[in-house]
Structures are given as structure tokens and as C-alpha cells.
Ligand binder design. Structure first.
Ligand code: RFL
Ligand code: PHB
Length: 411
């Protein structure tokens, strides 16, 4: 077994792990990224597309925002269509100047990997972590195999950035870990195509046949989603069937100008809400999807991962700058406050925009969610509430322990 040493072992090379690694390296904190899949696989995944300002600022701070600045598209508003009737939410006006940026997670990952390759930090791909050793005191370590060689990485801390199906979360003992979960009775079928987007701004469509979303990756690349049953398989959905169904759910004037084309990617994502508490155990910190999942309706999954990274970077850099170890204890409560907020918003948006029972088109709950959606869309204060949460709340700052001591002394 080959032994390596580092300050922070980062499990997972998704956006969480890569962004954390980059910020830590810039602060002079050595780290190693260990990723289960190949780099090609990581770069081929099509996922989120909407970045909050907090995430954009963090990418600037990490020195990885050149392409984002050139190619990202600022979105000043969104549409919500209810049974074909369009409502506009001018995010910028409703939130006093805040906007979101359309730039794919695939591009973010590519930029972060390029930055890591240009740095001196070590990474291992095709190297699934199999063992996490997280003692009460002393050094932690992780173990994995890479190209037939067994490795052990000894470290001060482990960042569990290994997504929902990773090894980090289950390594927290059952009597410490609490999990909260809701699985929805439908999924989203996504299709990517090299066709111009049907609308400059995203359209979230509530329709008796089910939800649809018109999104995009650039001026020439579209991303569309359809609510489908959990029993549906991608093979059931030819491109032709997808485009036909999308046209039925889009507002008429948009359906008429929809440009269709062959799919580049098509996949079904199940919808889930999930939170693990606490997000820290001893030397292990859970980050991003390893700790929580939201349904994509509020565009919050990737953005929550970024705010976890911001919090972990703050506590780790403060600790290595000389703050006492207790500064680290702020990580979990700080993140969970924001996580539960985003969970609530994503659950609420999902409940209002989907029909839960696609067989029965006029259930009592459907009528309640129709009424709730109309209530929020038909007055300025309601629209403002949706807009403020959609663009994202500001990141919380940690309290340095010196000020904690000061507070204690004053009391
Ligand atoms: P990731 O991106 O899942 O990365 C985790 C990485 O850890 C690796 N890994 C391991 N590595 C080493 N050893 C092990 N034992 C390992 N086990 C796992 C995995 O291979 C992977 O590379 O988590 P991260 O970095 O926290 O990032 C979170 C985001 O990816 C996620 O929140 C969003 O993509 C969620 N999400 C969406 N969010 C949005 O805001 N809008 C969307 O439209 C949207 N669409 C999606 C999504 C997630 C999807 N998934 C997970 C199926 C669409 C899909 C299909
Ligand atoms: C996407 O473009 O993939 C996307 C955008 C907004 C969402 C969900 C997904 O709410």
C-alpha cells in the first residue's frame, strides 16, 4: 500500500469537490481529489444550467470564471405558464437588481478541471474510495485503488463531495445520522439538442398533461424537460414523441415557433427531497449532493453545493490561519439553515407546478395547488417572494472564534 499525505482529502470530482479544491489550493491548503469515474465520464454528464450570483462570485474568486464571463448568459426574468397562460416574473425588478446566469454544469466542471490540471494539486480518476477512517482523535485516512495500486491518503480532514450515492454519508454512524426524505411519484425526462431555444427566458409550464420546462445552454443549444411517470423508461420516448408532447404542454405561441432536431442527450432523473443531519462528523464534512438533494424545479441543487463549498472553505481557511478548532463546528448549522430553506422552496415550487396524479386530472390537491400558484402569480408581493428565492439568498458568513470569545466575555 502506497501512503500519501495531504491536508484535505476530497472524495469526488463533481462541482463541489473541484471548486473546494481550487479555493483551498489558492489559500495554500494542500488537497488531493479522488474520483470514482474517469475524467471523460465526469465531463460527459449533463445536469444543471442556472447559476445564482453567489456561485458566479465564487467561481471568480477561484479564478475559474473566464469562459463563464464570455459565454454565460444573464437572465433577467422567467416565465411561468399556467394552462397556456403566460405570467412574466421580472427577476431583476422584483429583487432590486439580482439576476441568474445560464451556464451549464458541464461547462463549470470543464473549467474547474482545466484549472486543477494547471495547478500543482494531485488528482486520481477511476479510483473509487472504498474505506474511510475517521477516528475521534488523530489523523483520518481514506483508501482506494488506482491502476492496480492500493493507496492510503493520510489527512487532517476529509471532504465528502461524492454525491448522493457516495461512501461518505453512510460512514457516519446510524445513531448520529438523521435522514429526511420525500420521493415524488414522477421524474423529469430531459432532452438536449442543438436547436435555438424557443424563448430567450426559461418557461416553467404547468399543464393538465404534466409539467414542462423550456431551458437552454446557449443561443444555439436547448434543454427541455417533461414530467414523466416513474415507470417510464428513456427507450419509451423517441425524439419525435418528446417533441410532440412538449408542443402540447408549451403555450400556443411558443409551441408554434419551437424548432426541433435530433437529441444529443436524453435521460430521466427521479425527483427527490433529501437532507442528512449533521453535515459534519469528526474530521468528515459532507458537501453538496452527499448531504442533500432537491427536486430541480427551483434550480437549487448545484447552487446549494456551491454555498456548502463557500462555508467549508471559510471554516477550513480560518482554522489553518490559526483560529481554534471550534471554528469548524459552525459548518453544519450554517449550511443546514440554507439547505432547509432551499428544500422548502424546491418542494413548494414542485408541488405548485406539477400534477401529482397524472391519471386523475382534477383531484382536490390539484385544485389547491392551482389556486396557490394563481394566488402568487396574480399579485406583486407573491411574485416578489418567488423571485427572491429563485435568485438565491446571500451567503452567511462565519463568526471568527476571536469574536466568539469576545461575545462570551461581554455576556
Ligand atoms: P456530483 O456532481 O454528483 O459529484 C459527485 C462525484 O463523486 C463521485 N463519487 C466518488 N468518487 C470517489 N469514490 C467514491 N466512492 C465515489 N462515489 C461517488 C461521483 O462519481 C461524482 O463524480 O455531486 P456534487 O459535486 O455535490 O454536485 C451536485 C450537483 O451535481 C447536483 O446538485 C445537480 O446536478 C443536481 N441536478 C440539478 N441541479 C440543478 O440545480 N438544476 C438541474 O437542472 C439539475 N439537473 C441534477 C440534474 C442532478 C442529476 N443527477 C444527479 C442524476 C440532473 C441530473 C440527472
Ligand atoms: C436546466 O437548464 O437544466 C434547468 C434549469 C432550471 C431548472 C432546472 C433545470 O429549474
Amino acid at each position: 500500500m502506497k501512503t500519501l499525505n495531504t491536508q484535505v482529502a476530497i472524495i469526488g470530482s463533481g462541482p463541489s469537490g473541484l471548486l473546494l479544491g481550487q479555493l483551498l489550493a489558492q489559500h495554500g491548503i494542500d488537497n488531493i481529489v479522488i474520483e470514482r469515474s474517469s475524467v471523460e465520464h465526469v465531463l460527459s454528464r449533463i445536469r444543471a444550467g442556472i447559476l445564482e450570483q453567489g456561485f458566479v462570485d465564487l467561481l471568480h474568486q477561484a479564478g475559474c470564471a473566464k469562459r463563464l464571463t464570455e459565454q454565460g448568459i444573464e437572465h433577467h426574468g422567467i416565465y411561468v405558464s399556467v394552462d397556456g397562460q403566460k405570467h412574466h416574473l421580472n427577476l431583476k425588478l422584483l429583487t432590486q437588481g439580482k439576476v441568474v446566469t445560464c451556464y451549464g454544469q458541464t461547462e463549470v466542471t470543464q473549467d474547474l478541471i482545466a484549472a486543477r490540471n494547471a495547478s500543482a494539486q494531485r488528482s486520481f480518476y477511476s479510483a473509487p474510495v472504498t474505506e474511510i477512517h475517521n477516528p475521534e482523535r488523530g489523523q483520518a485516512h481514506v483508501e482506494f485503488e488506482h491502476q492496480g495500486q492500493a493507496y492510503r491518503i493520510q489527512c487532517d480532514f476529509i471532504a465528502g463531495c461524492d454525491g448522493f450515492h457516495g461512501v461518505s454519508r453512510p460512514s457516519i454512524p446510524n445513531d448520529i445520522r438523521r435522514e429526511f426524505e420525500r420521493v415524488y411519484p414522477f421524474g423529469w425526462l430531459g432532452l438536449l439538442s442543438d436547436t435555438p431555444p424557443v424563448s430567450e427566458e426559461l418557461i416553467y409550464c404547468k399543464h393538465p398533461r404534466g409539467f414542462a420546462l423550456a431551458s437552454q445552454r446557449s443561443l444555439t443549444r436547448s434543454r427541455y424537460y417533461l414530467q414523466v411517470s416513474n415507470q417510464d423508461r428513456v427507450e419509451d420516448w423517441s425524439d419525435e414523441r418528446f417533441w410532440q408532447e412538449l408542443k402540447r404542454r408549451l403555450p400556443e405561441q411558443d409551441a408554434a415557433k419551437l424548432q426541433t432536431g435530433p437529441s444529443i442527450e436524453k435521460s430521466i432523473a427521479p425527483l427527490r427531497s433529501f437532507v442528512c443531519e449533521p453535515m459534519q462528523y469528526r474530521q468528515l464534512f459532507l458537501v453538496g449532493d452527499a448531504a442533500h438533494i432537491v427536486p430541480p424545479t427551483g434550480a437549487k441543487g448545484l447552487n446549494l453545493a456551491a454555498s456548502d463549498v463557500a462555508a467549508l472553505y471559510q471554516v477550513l481557511s480560518a482554522y489553518y490561519d490559526g483560529e481554534p478548532r471550534e471554528v469548524l463546528d459552525q459548518y453544519s448549522p450554517l449550511c443546514l439553515r440554507r439547505v432547509w430553506n432551499a428544500e422548502r422552496f424546491s418542494w413548494w415550487m414542485t408541488s405548485m407546478l406539477h400534477h401529482f396524479d397524472q391519471q386523475e386530472s382534477c383531484s382536490f390537491l390539484d385544485r389547491m395547488s392551482d389556486s396557490e400558484l394563481n394566488f402568487y402569480l396574480e399579485n406583486q408581493a407573491g411574485k416578489q417572494l418567488i423571485a427572491e428565492q429563485y435568485v438565491g439568498l446571500p451567503y452567511d458568513q462565519i463568526t471568527l472564534c476571536n469574536s466568539l470569545h469576545a461575545e462570551k466575555t461581554i455576556k
